[in-house]
Design a protein around this ligand. Structure first.
Ligand code: C2O
Length: 342
């Protein structure tokens, strides 16, 4: 049986997964009596997601304005910046009871829902920002860390006068530090080795070790599953490494290096926009091979989100397979790791 959208009244204080202790924050969402089944709206204008390092001044100004407005929404508005950060916490930190198995809690990481769940999360985040600045073409920027041109923290996020800035980061990793996609807590590699190593790692995660659907998406997770059956190549590797590379170098790793706080850093969304883009890139590299599961335990899984009009909507994994149908596209950039066969 597919995982069913959680009942928000069955949300409780979760677990800090870095320490194993109960969370000291409550990240359950505002309650809402009803939800509606979300239908993908007809795409009139495509949203454009630029590479963060190539974004124009005008784009950055719009993005900053939108985030500023999101931070200024009332604290109990589900579209408010902190409420949005808590959406991530609630679905990751074992706060929601599984419908159908009250002894288990939902964790959407380390399993085959990693890509679809984060796609929905960014989808609504992007639409909320676009609505706040009244721009239906607004798209999130992606941090192009799989390309040498993008392997430093994008400047817009590193500007301490910007609403995009977050002080809870590893200050040794501000520009011009080169992002290490294999980072696991220490800066050992000589800078000249990081880039070639990153490219080989991307080849492995996207091609060599990602032949079967489960390799890339992660292991099956359905009603009755224990959390963390197993992540896909990108989730386990570069994705997690970048979370800990950005977060503080402490045991708890705020903000990016800890599930409960990751969404408090605007760079989370730049990071995940790239993960989302890599999903599309992987599908494009598949040729005639299967691009997604056809198991109804995957397709029929549902989640709840608040949309840009603060309505609670129920969405399906089966609607996430094609970003064009969802109304956004990515700036085309080089994919240099394709040639980096180890
Ligand atoms: Cu929900 Cu990058 O983690």
């Amino acid at each position: 049986t597919p995982i069913e959208a959680p009942d928000f009244t069955k949300c409780s204080r979760g677990t800090n997964l870095n320490t194993g202790q109960p969370l000291d924050v409550n990240c359950c969402p505002p309650l809402s009596r009803e939800f509606i089944d979300y239908k993908l709206p007809p795409v009139k204008k495509m949203r454009f997601r630029p590479a963060a390092h190539l974004a124009t001044k005008e784009y950055i100004a719009k993005f900053e304005k939108a985030v500023e407005l999101m931070k200024a929404l009332p604290a109990d508005d589900p579209r408010n910046f902190m409420q949005q950060a808590n959406v991530h916490c609630a679905y990751c930190n074992l706060t929601y009871e599984q419908v159908g198995d009250k002894d288990l809690r939902i964790q959407i990481h380390n399993c085959w829902h990693f890509f679809p769940w984060h796609r929905w999360y960014l989808y609504f985040y992007e639409r909320i920002l676009g609505k706040l600045i009244d721009d239906p073409t607004f798209g999130l920027p992606f941090w192009n860390w799989d390309n040498p041109e993008g392997m430093v923290m994008p400047a817009m996020f590193a500007n301490s006068n910007s609403p995009l800035y977050d002080a809870r980061r590893n200050l040794n990793h501000l520009p011009p530090a080169i992002a290490d996609l294999a980072y696991s807590g220490k800066d050992a590699k000589h800078p000249s080795k990081i880039i070639p190593h990153n490219l080989t790692l991307m080849y492995r995660e996207m091609i060599r070790h990602a032949r079967h659907l489960e390799d890339f998406y992660g292991a099956k997770y359905s009603t009755g599953s224990q959390p963390n059956p197993g992540p896909g190549t990108v989730e386990r590797g570069s994705h997690t490494a970048m979370h800990s590379w950005v977060g503080e170098a402490t045991r708890t790793g705020e903000d990016m290096g800890n599930f409960y706080s990751a969404g408090r850093d605007t760079l989370f969304f730049g990071h995940h926009a790239n993960v989302d883009r890599l999903w599309t890139v992987w599908q494009d590299l598949r040729g005639s091979k299967a691009k997604h599961f056809t198991d109804t335990d995957w397709l029929d899984t549902t989640f709840l989100f608040y949309d840009e009009n603060a309505r609670l909507v129920r969405v399906k994994v089966g609607d996430t397979m094609d970003n064009i149908r969802l109304g956004y596209d990515f700036q085309k950039v080089d994919i240099p790791w394709q040639k980096n066969k180890p």
